[in-house]
Design a protein around this ligand. Structure first.
Ligand SMILES: [Fe+2]
Length: 160
């Protein structure tokens, strides 16, 4: 696994979160800890995919949609991808992310919306929208993603 050297950063940051007194945690960190305590298998199931460049785990999946937790190491990002029919809402629980929405003209991508999303900040991705998320910062970022009607393929395929 290419990112194995960086895994201790992820596990140590989460381990510190689990023993921090609640009163010292912001709301997003408290929610994350609640999720991790309610299902200890979450951390065992977190996986890294080189194609998408971040750690993620599905915490709910049904015909109505999916809920995914994403763990963004410093300097990590998602590739640009289309959401096709899937509408998404993302809430940053820890750290912050940069969210970009793109227009496509010919073979070029243009950023038409770029926003820094902080803790408990919300960003949405409409269906049929190409977007990307990135953590260019020095802290771990964790986000929770709600996908209506199933998570889209996180790789961009160009179709006629
Ligand atoms: Fe997405």
């Amino acid at each position: 696994m290419k990112k194995s050297l960086e895994t201790p950063f992820l596990t140590e940051t989460i381990a510190a979160l689990m023993v921090t007194p609640s009163r010292q945690l912001k709301l997003g960190a408290r929610i994350l800890r609640l999720l991790l305590k309610s299902d200890p298998s979450i951390l065992d199931r977190v996986k890294f995919n080189e194609n998408v460049n971040y750690w993620w785990v599905t915490i709910h999946s049904s015909s109505l949609g999916e809920i995914v937790l994403c763990f963004w190491l410093p300097k990590s990002w998602s590739e640009r991808h289309d959401h096709y029919h899937c509408w998404n809402i993302t809430i940053v629980l820890l750290g912050k992310l940069i969210a970009r929405l793109y227009h496509v003209s010919g073979s070029k991508f243009f950023t038409f919306k770029k926003a820094e999303v902080g803790e408990m900040g919300v960003t949405t991705t409409p269906s049929w929208q190409i977007h990307s998320l990135a953590n260019p910062f020095e802290r771990l970022s964790v986000s929770i993603h709600f996908y209506a009607f199933g998570r889209p393929e996180p790789i961009l395929f160009v179709e006629d």
